[in-house]
Design a binder for this molecule. Structure first.
Ligand code: NAD
Length: 309
């Protein structure tokens, strides 16, 4: 059967979900973007008798929600009407609308228990044959299958986008032994041809490929920095554009990713690599734990290693 992606449900409108939604909408795909936060009308919108479905309200909400994505980017890089293809909603009222979607892409908080609860609900509403994927940075994909039906398991895999998904080319595709080969092949092609990505097939190993290497590199830099008594500016000068990275260096990248996500992936690697020689590198340096405790999570809270201006 020919498979077509006309509409995608993106679950979670945080850093990744909102940007992945924009990316799909920008290539002409309809998007249902859901989160736990109900969207609200402003007072002037209420006075005008507008509803959450009114195009101008949707545009305002989308623009507000995606300010960080759009900031510093020339508007011309997005189709002028991309926001019209995004329908917003919340999990309580709108999850059943995923039955209209050909692909349900989960991008909620990096916690296995919460993701599993979400997939249980997804199973209730999805139509048979719909692709379901997780954007997890490092939770083993096969652990999300518990209790799910055979049809769900056949259509389920990891699709790991990188931040920001509009610009970073890598898309890791992580099937489980239960995933239908046709679904894996389809997404590898779809990612390359339609999403403009370079897809890489990964085994379902801790943090897959890029984060296994990337988190190791960040934490190794922190370790070296402490040994050599360097400061953040010095390290970012040495690990940014001068070595060919377009903009971001070690600590800028950490702020963009979000320190809560970084911590969860590092902890996951530490737990899941008991016999690996690199394990100790994934032990979290105190400085990162301290920032997380203070809710200095990076760009998403306005302060991480850097204060967001
Ligand atoms: P985020 O914190 O920006 O967004 C998480 C979203 O999950 C929020 O919109 C929040 O409302 C929602 N959420 C929180 N608790 C929930 C609950 N109990 N039920 C349902 N939804 C809930 O996080 P993010 O950085 O967008 O990460 C989302 C996923 O993408 C994670 O699995 C993360 O590991 C992965 N990821 C992140 C990055 C990155 O650079 N930040 C890159 C690749 C993959």
């Amino acid at each position: 059967m020919k498979r077509v992606i006309r509409k995608v449900a993106v679950l979670g409108s945080g850093i990744m979900g909102s940007r992945i939604a924009c990316h799909f909408a920008n290539i002409g795909v309809q998007v249902l973007l859901l989160d736990m936060v109900p969207r609200e009308l402003t007072e002037p919108e209420k006075e005008k008798g507008l509803s959450l479905e009114s195009p101008q309200v949707r545009n305002r909400i989308v623009n507000e929600a995606f300010q960080s994505t759009l900031k510093n980017k020339p508007a011309a890089l997005y189709h002028s009407d991309f926001a019209d293809r995004i329908t917003l909603g919340n999990f309580d009222d709108d999850l059943e609308k995923i039955k209209e979607c050909d692909w349900v892409l989960e991008a909620i908080v990096e916690r296995l228990d919460i993701k599993k609860q979400m997939f249980e609900k997804v199973e209730k509403y999805r139509k048979q044959g719909t692709i379901i994927s997780s954007n997890t940075s490092g939770i083993p994909i096969n652990l999300m299958l518990d209790g799910r039906s055979e049809d769900f398991q056949k259509h389920f895999l990891g699709t790991h986008f990188f931040n920001p998904p509009r610009y970073l080319k890598l898309l890791e595709i992580i099937p489980t032994p239960k995933t239908n080969q046709y679904i894996t092949d389809f997404l590898m092609h779809y990612g390359d041809l339609f999403l403009g990505k370079t897809t890489v097939l990964c085994k379902d190993t801790p943090a897959f490929i890029a984060n296994r290497v990337g988190i190791y590199a960040i934490l190794k830099v922190v370790e070296t920095m402490q040994k050599m008594d360097l400061n953040i500016d010095q390290v970012d000068k040495l690990t940014g554009p001068v070595i060919g990275r377009p903009k971001s260096a070690t600590f800028r990248t950490s702020d963009v990713v979000g320190l809560d996500t970084l911590v969860k992936v590092a902890n996951g690697l530490y737990e899941n690599l008991p016999n690996d020689e690199s394990r100790d590198t994934f032990k979290l340096p105190k400085v990162i734990g301290k920032l997380e405790e203070n809710n200095w999570l990076g760009d998403k809270t306005g302060q991480g290693f850097y204060k967001k201006t």
